[in-house]
Design a binder for this molecule. Sequence first.
Ligand code: ADP
Ligand code: MG
Length: 694
Amino acid sequence: MNKIPQLFGSMVFGDHVMQERLPEATYKAVKETVEKGKRLDAGVVHIVAKAMKEWAVEKGATHYTHWFQPMTGITAEKHDSFISPVGADGVIMEFSGKELMRGESDASSFPSGGLRTTFEARGYTAWDPTSYAFVKDNTLFIPTAFYSYGGECLDKKTPLMRSMEALNKQAKRILLLFGDAETARVIPTVGAEQEYFLIDKDLYKKRQDLVFTGRTLFGSRPPKGQEMDDHYFGTIKPRVQAFMQDLDEELWKLGVLAKTEHNEAAPAQHELAPIFTSVNTATDHNQLTMEMMKRVAEKHGLVCLLHEKPFAGVNGSGKHNNWSLSTSSGENLLDPGAAPSENLRFLLFLTAVIEASDTYQDLLRFSVATAGNDHRLGANEAPPAIISVFLGDELTEVLDAIAAGTTYSEKEKHEMKVGVRVLPRFAKDTTDRNRTSPMAFTGNKFEFRMVGSSLSIAEPNIVLNTIVADALSQYAEKLEGSLDFENDVRALIREAYTKHKRIVFSGDNYAVEWADEAARRGLLNLRTTPEALPYFVSERNIKLFARHNIFTEGEMRSRYEILTEEYTKVLHIEALTALDIATRDILPAISRYAKDVADRVKVRQELLGNTEFPEKSQMQKLYQVIDTLYTKTEDLRQLLAQAEKYTDCHIAAGFYKDFIRRAMDEVREAADEGERLTAASYWPMPTYAQLLFS
Ligand code: ADP
Ligand code: MG
C-alpha cells in the first residue's frame, strides 16, 4: 500500500509532470487554460507536444492516439506512430504541436445521424487540454473532441465542454451578485459510482445471450436468491479480491483515484467509487474505468458485465452520478455550511437545481434513456422513471419556512439528541438518506441515480449543467440591479420553490402509490426509451440548448436519430439472439428430455401395464411447454420480419417497444418454464444458479 503515492498518476501527463517538464511560462499558460478556459496559442502547444512526447517515450510509448468519445457511447482511438524516417535507414521519434492539437479521422464509421453526408466523411479531433493525456499499452492517449468538417459535434465531449462553459458563465453572474468578483471559474464536479457484475469466464462463454447482448435472455431464477451471499463470498472471494486489487492499481496509474468494494445488494455485484473531479475528467475516467474493469476481469478468468440488467429478478446495475459545483479555489457551492437557513447563496443554488429538475424532467429522463436502462427505470426496481428530488428533513423545512414566510429556528436542529446523557451530542448530517430517490441531495452534492451502468456519464451531465445554467441565468436576470438584494433573493426562492415544490418527494420511490401520487402532481412518467426520446427535440428544448450554445437544432435532431436507431438495433439483436437460442438450443433440449420421459411412459404402459403414474403428467407438461415455446418463437419470428420492413426508425422503435419486447418476454416465459421441468443434465447452457453462485 505504501507504493501508492508513486504509483498514482504515474502514467499521466498531469499537473506535477507538466510543472517539472515545461518551461515556467508554458506551464502557466496551460494552467490558465485548465483553470480559466483560455485558448492556447500554437507556440505553447508546440512546446507542450515536445515535452509530452519525451515523457511518453520514457514511459515506453511508441505510438500516440487521439482518444475520443463518439456517439457509440464507447471510446475510439486512431493510432499513429511517433516514428519519422531520417536519412536512408534511420528513424527519430517525432511529435509536433500540430499533431497534438488536431487530428483527422474518417468519420464515416461513426454514427452521425445524417450530419455528415457521405461525400464529406472527414471528421476532426481536437485536443482537450483540460483533461490530462496518459500512457496505456505503449501509446500516448490524448483526450480530444470529435467534430465534422462543418463543425458539428459528433461526440459526447464537445457538448459536455460547452455545457461546462454555459454553467460557468451563469454561476459567475450569481457569484458576482453575492459580491464575489474573484472566482475565476465555476466547475461542475462529478464522482460516478460504478456498479458491475463479475462472473466466471468459462460459464460466460457458454451463454450466447451474454456474449451477444450483454444480458441473459433466458434463465429461471435460482431456488435461493440473495440469501446465498455467504456461499458466494466463500468460494469466489479470493479471485474477486485479486481482481479488485489489480483494478485499483491499474486505475491509480492512470490517475483515477478509485476504491473498489463489495456491494451486497445482489450476488456477484460490486461497486467502485472514485474520488470526484471536474466533470470532463470524470467522464474520461469513467470510460477508462469501464474499459479497465473488462480487461482486468479477463486476466482473472472473470467477465465484467456492465449491462443495466444482466439477470432478471436480480438487482440491476447503475451509476450514481454525484454532482456539485465548485469554484476554482475549491469551494463547494452546494455545501450548506453550519446554518443552511442563513446561507442564501447556497439556498439559491439549491433552488436552481430544484427548479431545473422540475422544469426539465423530460431532459433528465431523456439523458439516461437506453434499451438496457429501461429494464431498471420503469420496471419494478430502483429508481423509477419518475423524476423527483429528495432534500432531507432539514432542508425541506428550511425551504418550507421560506415559502411560508416564517422563520426557521436553526439551533435545535444541530444536535442529535441521543437520549443518553453520557453519550456526547454529535452534529447531525443535514440530510438523512433516501436510497430510493432518483435525485437525492446527499450533504453537499446531488446524487443522480438514474444513470445506467453502461452509459457514458456525458449526456446526463450535459443536461444537468445546461438546465441548472438556465435556471441561474433567469435568477441573475431578476436579481441584477436589485436594490434590496437579500429580500429579493428570499422572494425569488419563495416564488421558485412554491412553483416547483411538486418535484420534491421524500417517500419511498418504489411504492406503487408513488406513481399515482406523481400523476396527481403532474409529473412525467416515461417508462421506456421510445417514449422519452422525442421530448429531446421539443421546441422548448431546442431553444434551451441553442440559448446556451450547447447544441444546434441539427445536432439535436441527429442525436435523436442516432439514439432511436440504437434502441431498435439493440432490441433487434436481442430478438434474433433469443430466437436462435430458443430454436436451436432450448427447444431441442426440452424435446430430448420429453422424448426420454415418453420412452419411460411407454415402458410403464406397455411392459408394466400401469395406467396412472407420474411420468404421464410430466410428459404432458413437457409437450405443452414445447408447443407453447414453439408457437411463441414463431410469433416472434413473424413480428421480427414485420419490424425489419419499417424504414422509419421512429416507427420501428415504437413497434419494438410495443410488440417485440412482449413477444420476447413470452418466449422467455415458456423457455424458463421448460428449464424448471427439464433434468439439469439436458440443459444446454449454464443456469442462473451456476452463473451467480459458481
Ligand atoms: P456518500 O457516503 O454520501 O456516498 P461519499 O463521500 O462516499 O459519499 O461519496 C460518494 C461519491 O460522491 C464519491 O464518488 C465521491 O467522490 C462523490 N462526491 C463527494 N463529494 C462530491 C462533490 N462535491 N462533487 C461531486 N462528487 C462528490
Ligand atoms: Mg451512492
